[in-house]
Design a protein around this ligand. Structure first.
Ligand SMILES: Cc1cc2nc3c(=O)[nH]c(=O)nc-3n(C[C@H](O)[C@H](O)[C@H](O)COP(=O)(O)OP(=O)(O)OC[C@H]3O[C@@H](n4cnc5c(N)ncnc54)[C@H](O)[C@@H]3O)c2cc1C
Length: 374
């Protein structure tokens, strides 16, 4: 049985461990934190991510709540601009939940698989090896050795640093996050758009807990004018409990095919992105599935890793370009925002949904064709 080391037990690491174990690998996850705490806030899971979780047998159907659309509003006035459906063309839904709840169901799924073990309080500190074998050292010191190392250690990836990749870059924006409870009227994810700022709110459980995030520029990381925007948003901010601020970081995608070590990057370690398309966790989940599918039964693991990267790189390029598009369009100042609003209001919900079909209609098997690996 081949064995893999996974560095990091976030969404990417847990999904990768599960996907590899389902393909016959023995997996040892080494996580830096001594305890897996309820870090993070709300997370959106689009149909492409839900399809992978289904195929891996991870039940998220009872966690969080479903959302049907993104309701775009003008930030200052609250005027409705357009409603973008978020289900896929084949009717698969969209879920919104707390990141900790997602981590919990992944953890439960991992703990039910004897081939996976989880080791907490073990940060990766050194790497060595050859093309078919990797040796990793974790603080302790603890040594581990395997045929593959999956770098799932997040945007500030130590694996990337040890392999000589540049550090992440500040993206010029900060996320201010709040936990709120006022019950919004619909199953929509609401987004208020404004010059250099936007806010997003959605329910994350059946009891009415809400995630509220305001994206602000780094130069002025305060609510600023948002504190005087749409009264619905302002009252939610007033009763919301601040969860802190997250400076947003980006990395140039990190791919390792052909390197001296059998290493694969997944999730934020591979391609941390801004949250403007709510796809960071979804891409981590897709990565994990495609990596395991490419490695399944592969005689030449180096070629399998190249195939993984060849499949993921174009998908990630397209998602990153959509993220950059949302960033420009969401943050348009007046009067350009009026033109945006008119253009969006003229579109039917069905035509707005079609714009995202390539993203939401992706299915797990797409990630492994044409090799027939699934
Ligand atoms: C404001 C905001 C909103 C977001 N909203 C969404 C959304 O709606 N939908 C969505 O899909 N995504 C969203 N994202 C992105 C999403 O949260 C991330 O893309 C996703 O959680 C990344 O998961 P990961 O496992 O790759 O990294 P992480 O969650 O960062 O996990 C990395 C793990 O590695 C561990 N680690 C770090 N260093 C080491 C080491 N040296 N050795 C061992 N372990 C180590 C860490 O402790 C951690 O447990 C959002 C992000 C932000 C900032």
């Amino acid at each position: 049985m081949p064995s893999a080391i996974v560095a990091g037990a976030g969404i990417a690491g847990l999904t990768a461990a599960l996907a590899l174990a389902r393909r016959g690998w023995t997996v040892r996850i080494h996580e830096r934190a001594a305890r897996l705490e309820t870090v993070g806030a709300g997370i959106q899971l689009s149909p492409n991510a839900l399809d992978v979780l289904d195929r891996l047998g991870v039940a998220v159907g009872n966690v969080g709540v479903s959302a049907d659309s993104v309701l775009l509003r003008d930030g200052p006035t609250g005027r409705r601009i357009a409603s973008v459906p978020v289900s896929s063309s084949d009717g698969r839904g969209y879920r919104v939940l707390h990141r900790a709840a997602l981590q919990r169901v992944l953890l439960d799924a991992v703990e039910a698989v004897p081939a996976v073990s989880l080791h907490l309080g073990q940060p990766l500190v050194a790497l060595s090896g050859e093309p078919t074998r990797v040796r990793a050292e974790f603080a302790g010191p603890i040594q581990d050795e395997a045929e593959l190392l999956v770098a799932a250690d997040g945007v500030r990836s130590e694996t990337a640093r040890l392999l000589g990749f540049p550090p992440p870059k500040a993206a010029g924006a900060t996320a201010l996050r709040f936990a709120a409870t006022a019950d919004p009227p619909t199953a929509a994810i609401e987004a208020w758009l404004g010059s250099r700022r936007h806010a997003v709110r959605y329910r994350i459980d059946a009891a009415g807990a809400q995630n509220l995030v305001v994206i602000v520029p780094d130069g002025d990381p305060t609510l600023g004018p948002v504190a005087r925007w749409d009264p619905r948003l302002v009252s939610c901010l007033a009763e919301g409990r601040p969860l802190g601020s997250w400076p947003l970081l980006e990395v140039e995608p990190r791919w390792r095919a052909g390197s001296a070590l059998p290493v694969a990057f997944v999730g934020d370690a591979a391609h941390a992105m801004l949250p403007y398309a709510a796809q960071g966790a979804a891409m981590a989940i897709e990565d994990a599935f495609v990596l395991a599918a490419c490695l399944a039964g592969a005689g030449d693991r180096g070629a399998a890793l190249e195939r993984y990267e060849a499949l993921r790189a174009p998908r990630l390029r397209r998602v990153l370009s959509r993220v950059a598009f949302h960033r420009r369009v969401y943050h348009l100042p007046r009067p350009l925002s009026y033109a945006r609003d008119l253009a969006l209001a003229a579109r039917s919900p069905a035509s707005l949904r079609r714009d995202l079909a390539w993203l939401y209609d992706w299915r797990a098997q797409d990630g492994a064709q044409p090799g027939g690996l699934v």
